[in-house]
Design a protein around this ligand. Structure first.
Ligand code: OGA
Ligand code: ZN
Ligand code: ZN
Length: 392
C-alpha cells in the first residue's frame, strides 16, 4: 500500500500518523473520521480550494493557478471515497476530481484538536534570565561552516533562546561575511553591508564612540527591525567594553506580572524612534512591546539614544514616563542579564527583535577595539532552518 498516486502540492513532507477510516458527506462539508478516533470537518470550498492536481497547481512551482472564486456557487461534492493507504478521492459536480494524501490532509485539518496540536508544536521562545550566563550556547566556527547538523543546532538555539555565541573564528576582516552568508544573504542598511564598530571621531551613531551604550535593539528607526544581528570581534584590547544582554521577552513578562498597567501602556502606545544623521532621516512610530494576536511576544523595540520626544495626551504623559522608566530599570537588573567580555575570534549572534544588547564604556587609549557587525532578517533564519530540517 502506498500513497504514491496522491500529489502533494508542497515541498514539505507529511508523515502519515493516522488514516481516514470513514467519510460522511454533509451539506457543504465532508466529515473525516480518522483511525485514532479524531473527527475533522472539511468544507467543500476548502477541499476544492486545496485540490493538488496538476491543473489546479503548477507542479514546477507548486503554486496555485486555480482560484476558488471561479467555481460556480452551486458546486457540490458528489463523491468521496477512501483508497489504498488512506488516500481520499473526491468527485465534484462539474466533473473535476481531487486526490488528497492522508498525511497532508491530517496536517491541515482544522478541527479544534488539530488546531490546538499545531499551536502546541510551534516553536516557543525559551525565556531566560541571568542563568543564561552558564547556559549560553557556544558553537565552533569551523563546525558551523562545514556541518549542516551543527548549523541546524546553532540556528535552532538562535531561534529558541535568541542569544548564541560563535567561537574559534578567524580574526581576519571579512570572515563575518562568510559566517553570515552560511545562513542567508545579508540585510544592508545605511551603515553598510558590514558595519565597523570602532571609536571614530566622525561617529554617525553612539555605537561608534567609546561611550557606554545602554541596552537597546538596533535600527528601531526602521519599520522592520533586523531580526538577527552579528557582532564579531576582531580585536578587543581596550579596558572596558564588556557586552551585556537581556531577554526582552523575559523583561516584558516580569513587567506584565509586577506592573500590569505599565505593561499594557507599553504595548499600546506608539513611541517615535528617529535616526539623527546628516544624511538620513529614518523614523518609526511603534510600541516598545509588540504582541501577536494570541498575546505572545512579537518584538521589543528599544534604544533610548534613538528615541524622539514622547507625544501622548497630557493626562497619559506621567504614566508613560512611569512605565518607560520602570522598563529601563528592569533591563538593568543583574539578575536578568548576561554580562561577558567578547574576545577576538568570538561573535555574538542574537535575535535583535527580542534580545537587547549593551556595551560598557571602554578606554580607547588603552588598546584597540574593533568589532564588525551585520544583519539578517528573521525570515531568512527561519526559512534556512525549515529547509535544513526537511533533510533531517
Ligand atoms: C552596535 C553595538 C556593541 C559593542 O554596534 O550596535 O551595540 O559592543 N555595539 O560595541
Ligand atoms: Zn484540481
Ligand atoms: Zn547595537
Amino acid at each position: 500500500m502506498t500513497t504514491a498516486n496522491a500529489t502533494i502540492a508542497d515541498w514539505r513532507s507529511y508523515p502519515v500518523t493516522a488514516v481516514p477510516v470513514a467519510l460522511t458527506l454533509h451539506p457543504g462539508s465532508l466529515q473525516v473520521t480518522w483511525s485514532d478516533g479524531r473527527v475533522s470537518p472539511f468544507h467543500d470550498l476548502w477541499l476544492r480550494d486545496n485540490c493538488p492536481c496538476p491543473t489546479c497547481v503548477y507542479p514546477v512551482t507548486r503554486e496555485q493557478m486555480f482560484e476558488i472564486a471561479d467555481v460556480p456557487d452551486d458546486l457540490l461534492l458528489v463523491e468521496a471515497r477512501i483508497e489504498d493507504a488512506g488516500v481520499v478521492r473526491l468527485g465534484w459536480s462539474d466533473g473535476h476530481a481531487s486526490v488528497f494524501h492522508p498525511g497532508w490532509l491530517r496536517a491541515h485539518a482544522y478541527d479544534a484538536e488539530s488546531r490546538a496540536e499545531r499551536a502546541h508544536e510551534q516553536a516557543h521562545p525559551h525565556l531566560w534570565r541571568s542563568e543564561m550566563n552558564q547556559q549560553l550556547a557556544g558553537f565552533d566556527y569551523e563546525e558551523v561552516m562545514t556541518s549542516d547538523q551543527v548549523l541546524t543546532d546553532w540556528l535552532r538555539a538562535l531561534r529558541d533562546s535568541g542569544l548564541t555565541q560563535i567561537r574559534n573564528a578567524p580574526t581576519t576582516a571579512g570572515s563575518l561575511d562568510g559566517l553570515a552568508r552560511r545562513v542567508a544573504f545579508i540585510r544592508e542598511s545605511s551603515f553598510g553591508v558590514m558595519f565597523e564598530v570602532k571609536s571614530k571621531a566622525d561617529a554617525d551613531s553612539n555605537a561608534y564612540t567609546a561611550f557606554n551604550l545602554p541596552l537597546h535593539t538596533d535600527l528601531p528607526t526602521r519599520e522592520l527591525q533586523p531580526g538577527v544581528q552579528f557582532l564579531y570581534c576582531l580585536r578587543n584590547d581596550a579596558i572596558g567594553g564588556n557586552s551585556r544582554f537581556v531577554d526582552g521577552f523575559a523583561v516584558a513578562e516580569e513587567l506584565r506580572r509586577v506592573a500590569p498597567a505599565c505593561f499594557e501602556l507599553l504595548t499600546q502606545t506608539s513611541v517615535e524612534f528617529r535616526n539623527k544623521s546628516a544624511r538620513n532621516d529614518y523614523r518609526c512610530n511603534a510600541p516598545i512591546i509588540a504582541l501577536n494576536d494570541d498575546g505572545s511576544y512579537r518584538e521589543i523595540r528599544m534604544a533610548n539614544f534613538l528615541r524622539g520626544p514622547f507625544d501622548v495626551a497630557p493626562e497619559v504623559m506621567p504614566q508613560l514616563y512611569e512605565a518607560y522608566r520602570l522598563f529601563i530599570r528592569m533591563t538593568r537588573e543583574p539578575r536578568l542579564q548576561v554580562a561577558r567580555r567578547l574576545e577576538a575570534g568570538q561573535a555574538w549572534v542574537f535575535d535583535n527583535r527580542r534580545v537587547l544588547h549593551a556595551r560598557d564604556a571602554f578606554d580607547p587609549a588603552s588598546g584597540e577595539r574593533h568589532f564588525q557587525g551585520c544583519y539578517l532578517d528573521r525570515d531568512e533564519l527561519l526559512s534556512r532552518l525549515f529547509v535544513l530540517e526537511r533533510k533531517s
